[in-house]
Design a protein around this ligand. Structure first.
Ligand SMILES: Cc1cc2nc3c(=O)[nH]c(=O)nc-3n(C[C@H](O)[C@H](O)[C@H](O)COP(=O)(O)OP(=O)(O)OC[C@H]3O[C@@H](n4cnc5c(N)ncnc54)[C@H](O)[C@@H]3O)c2cc1C
Length: 386
């Protein structure tokens, strides 16, 4: 197959070898128990993969987003779900690029050593949804502290992370020239916050994704936990969101290959009407179509990562990669479920689990409609709709 070999083969082989120690049964059990894949994430951390984006001087591997995307792709391709641990990857560059020297010196070596996890990012709010600049969570400076009040929703991995990057408004919307101004990002020590003003309420959801509602009631955080300049947080968070989109694209590509590999093997073996079902073109074509789209999405992913790693604008490519990859994996998922017939619905085949997991990416971290809107307005110059 086209995707079996590229210049990242060494990384692919190493991640595949680690993932092979966590077979389908492991991920199935974790899903059934609604548990966190602690042993799997630990193994990835110990092998250094979760420190891929940390510069070598801080004990990481100093790799780029491209390599990080290959790691995420391989996890999903092996039947796992990077959603349990991708936060550290997309949050990392926010800290590396915008954090102060003191923040980098203090946190990066500990994260690289696996002593701390930076797995959470708190952006989404219940009453404002995708309209991020309207968020209502506020951070008000009082001496050497910021006092946080407000609410977030769908904030993932909070119970399995030590640190969270939090977006809050530091200047009221009415007092800024542009709505993207006056927002700031903070590094929150989760364990400390839970003791002093942050409440975590888990949300049971369709996938086994540890995600939560957060309530902030006069949570105080030290001023030194502000990342970068006050008021510039939206710009910083966009860097992280572009990284997130490129990485999610890679995860969808991994899922897409998983579905394609599984269904291809199945339709060769399954005999109905005296021949393999895979001999029928009605079965072959949707599988081939999904595969073509995954390969195309993968190229856009590489382009988004290349630009990101070069420090160039990559918003358009990261969004388009996420759009193409989420669509491709969803089509591959449908073909895989369809051609497994009734067995696609049986938990022991893992298709229904992966089907649920990959469906998320039509909605989060950014919905398909919002990507289309970004392309229409910002790339094609069509009139602004909101
Ligand atoms: C499992 C899970 C994990 C998540 N993890 C995190 C996390 O860790 N951190 C975090 O900050 N957030 C997280 N999110 C939130 C996620 O990013 C949002 O759910 C997503 O961005 C969509 O926002 P919303 O749910 O508020 O939908 P809304 O903004 O309410 O939109 C709902 C739907 O309406 C449509 N829509 C909205 N506006 C328009 C428009 N102008 N034009 C056309 N269509 C439109 C879109 O199709 C969209 O899907 C997570 C969500 C889920 C489900």
């Amino acid at each position: 197959m086209l995707h079996s070999s590229d210049k990242y083969q060494d990384i692919r082989d190493a991640v595949r070898a680690l993932c092979a120690e966590f077979p389908d049964e492991y991920h199935r059990r974790v899903d059934e128990e609604r548990a966190y894949p602690e042993e799997f994430v630990d193994a990835l951390t110990k092998a250094g993969w979760m420190a891929a984006l940390i510069p070598e001087e801080y004990g990481g591997s100093g790799l780029g987003l491209t390599e990080a995307s290959v790691i995420m792709e391989e996890i999903n391709r092996a039947g796992g779900n990077s959603g349990a641990c991708h936060g550290q990857m997309y949050n990392m560059n926010t800290l590396v690029r915008h954090g102060s020297k003191e923040q980098r010196d203090f946190y990066l070596p500990k994260i690289a050593a696996g002593e701390l996890r930076l797995q959470s990012m708190g952006v989404t709010e219940p009453t404002t949804g995708t309209d991020t600049t309207k968020i209502k969570t506020t951070a008000v400076r009082k001496g050497d502290r910021y006092v946080i009040n407000g609410q977030k929703v769908w904030i993932s991995r909070v119970q399995h992370s030590d640190l969270m990057i939090l977006l809050a408004r530091t200047t009221p919307l009415a007092e800024v020239k542009k709505k993207s101004e006056g927002l700031s990002i903070f590094l929150v020590d989760i364990k400390q916050a839970v003791k002093s003003g942050m409440t975590v309420k888990p949300i049971r959801n369709m996938v086994n994704h540890e995600t939560n509602e957060l309530f902030f009631d006069d949570l105080e955080i030290p001023v030194e936990n502000l990342i970068g300049e006050e008021g510039m947080g939206f710009k910083y968070i966009l860097t992280g969101l572009n990284a997130e989109r490129a990485l999610i694209a890679a995860e969808c590509i991994g899922d897409g290959y998983w579905f394609t590999d599984r269904v291809t093997a199945y339709v060769k073996e399954r005999n109905v009407f005296g021949r393999p079902i895979g001999q029928n073109q009605g079965v072959q074509f949707p599988i081939a179509e999904g595969f073509i789209e995954i390969e195309a999405a993968s190229l856009m992913r590489y382009e988004a990562c290349r630009l990101y790693d070069a420090g160039e604008p990559c918003g358009a490519q990261a969004n388009m990669a996420k759009y193409l990859a989420a669509k491709a994996s969803w089509e591959a998922a449908n073909a895989c479920l369809q051609f497994h017939g009734g067995f696609g619905f049986a938990a022991e085949y893992d298709v229904e689990r992966k089907f649920r997991e990959t469906r998320l990416y039509q909605v989060a971290p950014i919905s398909t409609n919002l990507i289309l809107s970004h392309v229409a307005e910002h790339i094609l110059g069509l009139p602004r709709s909101f």
